[in-house]
Write a protein that binds this ligand. Structure first.
Ligand SMILES: NC(=O)c1ccc[n+]([C@@H]2O[C@H](COP(=O)([O-])OP(=O)(O)OC[C@H]3O[C@@H](n4cnc5c(N)ncnc54)[C@H](O)[C@@H]3O)[C@@H](O)[C@H]2O)c1
Ligand SMILES: [Zn+2]
Length: 377
């Protein structure tokens, strides 16, 4: 699974697609140095490094220069950082710039940045000239652990997140933790929440590793996150590798996100994604325990780990449980009047019924769990 690149170990994974195709995911310090090799192997003559305004100043020139050294015409196209710019208008601006540069089907997109960049640049690649290759080079911990893998790309619409998009599997994902040295601590913690999610979803050993390293991780220690990140990626790779028999397996990735998304929305996005997912994971684990699926000590263990990582585990006082649940219902299909959740049956394994990975939870159970988690007045 791993080989040595220079003096650093780079772990290698493969995502398998239902079409029979596949793409590689390289994870480790030095993985970004492989971008020129991948670009050359695509038999293209140009690259556009699409990035946001923060990552542009920090990392884009080095990436561009390394690719350009191999004889490919390489340009940087930067857009203003932030989720508010993951829009059709910004996609259009990037496309206009590519047209002005004369980019044709001989071009590949390198998506260098966080999840916003990966989603936006990946969507540009999905539709430009009916689809050109995209190399994902995530630079935030969330994008490394989650957004860069799986091929979902898109932009937001004023009425909802990710409403306009496509499925465009990358040509390769190059995940280099060296980029994390410049990532602000709050962003680092958002990524930790996703790594905890992966542990609960599919790797009990990873959960133990996170517990053992919690103090260092809470401080944003890049060296401490490398091994857990690689394990979290392994979980996501297995889940998104298409398997006809497991077509709803992707639902497990929603763990913590049904409540989490609702919290983000009703707070007007004042609560960060990582904080919302952290609270959401505890809430959904508690629902699982109330339904007799998960044992109580596991709920407490999850809350203890998230707190140790600097993530919140209590529902903000002003978040009314009934409103949170109503918020969750707006973007989820309810079955038989009950909301469905991806629920853990133990740490490292998700519950599965004869109908798949969505478990219906009665409203009164969900509300009672949220109510018990409210911050003390
Ligand atoms: N496609 C998917 O499957 C998927 C999955 C999960 C999330 N997402 C999407 O991902 C997005 C969130 O991603 P995100 O949290 O990375 O947000 P983001 O891309 O906005 O990055 C967060 C912030 O960190 C900065 N940043 C990124 N890397 C940096 C670095 N190395 N050094 C300094 N600053 C850096 C960015 O400029 C930004 O200000 C959302 O739009 C979400 O919908 C997509
Ligand atoms: Zn998430």
């Amino acid at each position: 699974m791993s080989r040595t690149f220079g003096s650093e170990a780079v772990a290698r994974f493969t995502v398998h697609l239902a079409s029979g195709g596949s793409y590689p995911v390289a994870v480790g310090r030095g993985a970004s140095l492989e971008a020129p090799d991948h670009a050359v192997s695509l038999k293209i003559s140009r690259c556009v490094v699409v990035t946001d305004s923060n990552v542009e100043t920090l990392h884009a020139e080095a990436v561009r220069d390394r690719i350009a050294e191999r004889g490919l015409e390489t340009h940087i196209i930067a857009f203003p950082a932030g989720e508010t710019n993951k829009t059709r208008a910004v996609k259009e601006a990037v496309e206009d710039r590519m047209v002005a540069l004369g980019c044709g089907r001989d071009t590949a997109v390198v998506a260098l940045g966080g999840g916003v960049t990966g989603d936006l640049a990946g969507f540009v690649a999905a539709t430009y000239m009916r689809g050109i290759p995209c190399i994902q080079m995530p630079t935030s911990l969330l994008a490394m652990a989650d957004a860069s893998i799986g091929g979902k790309v898109g932009v937001d619409h004023p009425s909802g997140k990710n409403l306009i998009g496509a499925f465009h599997p990358p040509a390769a994902v190059l995940t280099d933790p060296s980029f994390l040295h410049t990532l602000p601590l709050p962003e680092f913690r958002i990524g930790l929440a996703e790594i905890v999610k992966s542990a609960v979803v599919g790797d009990a050993g990873l959960f133990e590793e996170l517990e053992a390293r919690a103090a260092a991780l809470a401080e944003g220690d890049v060296a401490a996150v490398e091994a857990p990140l690689s394990r979290a990626i392994a979980v996501k790779v297995v889940v998104v590798s298409e398997d006809e028999k497991e077509s709803d397996l992707r639902k497990v990735l929603n763990f913590g996100h049904t409540v989490g998304h609702a919290l983000e929305r009703i707070s007007g996005y004042a609560i960060s994604h990582g904080a919302a997912v952290s609270i959401g994971m505890v809430a959904e684990a508690a629902m699982s325990a109330d339904l007799g699926i998960l044992d109580e000590p596991s709920v407490r263990r999850l809350a203890t780990l998230l707190s140790a990582l600097g993530l919140p585990v209590a529902l903000p006082r002003d978040a009314d449980p009934v409103r949170v649940l109503a918020g969750a219902a707006t973007d989820k299909k309810a079955r038989g009047g009950r909301l469905e959740f991806a629920l853990p049956r133990s740490i490292g394994e998700m519950a599965r019924t004869d109908r798949g990975f969505g478990v219906p939870v009665p409203d009164d159970v969900a509300i009672s769990c949220l109510d018990r988690m409210r911050e003390a007045p």
